[in-house]
Ligand binder design. Sequence first.
Ligand SMILES: O=C([O-])CC(=O)C(=O)O
Ligand SMILES: [Mg+2]
Length: 538
Amino acid sequence: MGSGAPVPSAHSGFGNQDCQQNLAPGTGVWFAVSGSTGHASRRAPVAIRDGSGHGRGRASGDQRPRGRLRLACGRRDRRRHAAGRAGHGRVPELRRARRVGQPVAAGQVARGDQADPPRRGRGRGIRPGRRHRIPRSGRLPPAGERRGRRAARRRLPPRAAHRRAHAHPHRSVQRRPPRRRPHGAGGARARAGHRRGQLGRLLPHEGRDHRGAAGVLLRAPPTRAVRLPSRRAAGHHRRLRPQARGHGVPAGAEAHVDLLHRPRGAPRRAAQAQRRPQPRSRTRDDGRGVHALLPPGHRDACVNRPVIVTDIARADAATVDALAAHGVATVHEAMGRTGLVGPGIRPIQDGARTAGTAVTVLQAPGDNLMIHAAIEQCRAGDILVVATTSPSTDGAFGDLFATALTARGVRGLVTTGGVRDIADLRDMGFPVWSRAVHAQGTVKATPGSVNVPIVVEGAVVHAGDVVIADDDGVVVVPRASAEAALAAADARVAKESADREAYGSGRELSLDRKGLRPLLAELGVTYLSQAEYDDGGR
Ligand SMILES: O=C([O-])CC(=O)C(=O)O
Ligand SMILES: [Mg+2]
């Protein structure tokens, strides 16, 4: 939504989360009449001042705003009602009433004393701060709904039957719609706005009654409604036209799609309302991490489900050892400055240099189950490389794992997570590169994968790739490029060796040896004496 004029709507269901999720700064929020009791009154008109929070509504967790609208019977009404003399002419009174469709100014909460009275119709005389009677049928529904409302009224039970059935005649309790939704009982689930039944409850033209005690048409918004830019309205939802009509707005592509409901499959958790609908996961992901869906048939599509790949191809062991001898910086340069793991992954010890073939682990944050599974897949010459599906610094690895891995000939660990027992790890001589040292324990509860491609601080690691690690960090050499990388690294080492000799003896400067003087001149770098510099370079 942009910051344009708010859309008139009879929806009343903006809660705090809706605001945080879906509204841009300065976007006005609008309201509908809420009954004094019943589910509709739990929804609240609030306004957004900026993208970080809400207007002056009540604290988070209590979605009733200060500007909540109430319909209430006056004391005299209740007395007369109790005495069975609720005459035909007695009607509930509307306090601090506002017109449906009247936008709340951005940055303000709807308050009764700021109410803008209706300009037309039977409620035109209503003034803030005064008590006015309004006709039982009210004038609140937008014009487009009148036909449906009249149809719904015809289906109401007689008033006498209603009074007999009414449990609390002294209160202005909203009467439930006389007809139940076709999809199950219209109880708590219906009020919470689940599933398609809600659509039916919202739309008068679908023939259901929505009037509260005062005959006011009540609407509840979709709790999972999603706001999208209006340019995406066209074709978004097959019910666009009838729904837009129901709200008295144009039904074309210009209609605001916040009037629409999310198609089937929307997530139940409001915090995830903007995620695409996904097939229900067969695994327990506990909401941690977001699956990166790959199209079926993609070579890496199996990363969508937890797997342990057992028979990985590994880079040649002699090549791995030779690359280890060259170190991270040299190999990285030899590979055209690629393959480097980001600087967030640091060694926990000094002076270690190792290389191995990668056994990869993709695990949930705070969960080291898949490390346990990966140990079995490790063999001599491997290096364990661990990534989590979302950032975590929990200490998922310690000396017990290192002991098991050492027994299998594993050469070290690289992890995007945290490690603990590091004094023991150092004493053992088991080298580790990690994002954090953190004693925080982890669980063994969530599925993950072993030997699938992972990303480690910007570097893609496939199982069997060469991973070289030393005090400078970590570099990854794809298995298929290992031989070429070694040849390039050998050449670089030879060249660096000659350079080292030249610089060490003082015979030559790198500027001359590398032919950099002409480059400096070409780049406009000039030499000045101190006097010339002090003189401003003239
Ligand atoms: O067991 C764990 O959760 C990690 C650990 O501390 C160890 O390997 O020693
Ligand atoms: Mg431990």
